[in-house]
Design a protein around this ligand. Sequence first.
Ligand SMILES: CC(C)(COP(=O)(O)OP(=O)(O)OC[C@H]1O[C@@H](n2cnc3c(N)ncnc32)[C@H](O)[C@@H]1OP(=O)(O)O)[C@@H](O)C(=O)NCCC(=O)NCCS
Length: 174
Amino acid sequence: MHLAAVTADDLSEIVALINLAYRGRGDDAGWATENKYIEGERTTIGDLQKDLADRPQALFLMWRDESNDKLLGSVWLEPAKQGAWYLGLLNVRPDLQRRQLGRRLLEAAEERARAEGAERIRISVVNVRDQLIAWYQRRGYVLTGERQPFPYGDERFGRPLREDLEFVFLEKPV
Ligand SMILES: CC(C)(COP(=O)(O)OP(=O)(O)OC[C@H]1O[C@@H](n2cnc3c(N)ncnc32)[C@H](O)[C@@H]1OP(=O)(O)O)[C@@H](O)C(=O)NCCC(=O)NCCS
């Protein structure tokens, strides 16, 4: 699988897919949509431009179908503390989910992080996303017990529909 660096020209297409994968509704939604817990957009072009500018060591990677250039998904990788790399924004286009593309993208991202020197991958997930946490656990990730408050009041992450959201962390050696 070839993961290419996301360029400025790709950003609007990437943001549309991230928002659809995370917050899609009705027939457009994938199995792991957050729309029951959080509404609004997951990210914006401006936020991603800022993240890319602020974090020059991060790798923002996209997967396109080599036969027709269709965007299949994307993933963010970033060096974190003590040999860990943070993996975030993993997404696959909802109309192609459940065909093992997600695990292939995850494995390719893990492989890329390992090649960059990662010893383990670190992920944060909203605590109530049991099915997604189970998906990562089936891929070898283990809950670390760490928790981080959900940024209530910061609409960049969308509008939470519950008051008990927080982030939990999972890790896996690579
Ligand atoms: C998470 C995501 C990348 C997975 O992509 P995918 O292409 O569907 O993944 P795969 O086809 O490899 O795996 C599908 C899995 O979903 C499970 N699944 C399918 N429908 C499900 C449902 N309704 N409930 C729970 N699990 C379900 C399948 O059992 C399968 O897991 P298994 O093989 O371990 O049993 C994708 O759902 C996505 O983009 N989600 C939105 C963004 C997101 O939340 N990203 C994670 C951020 S931390």
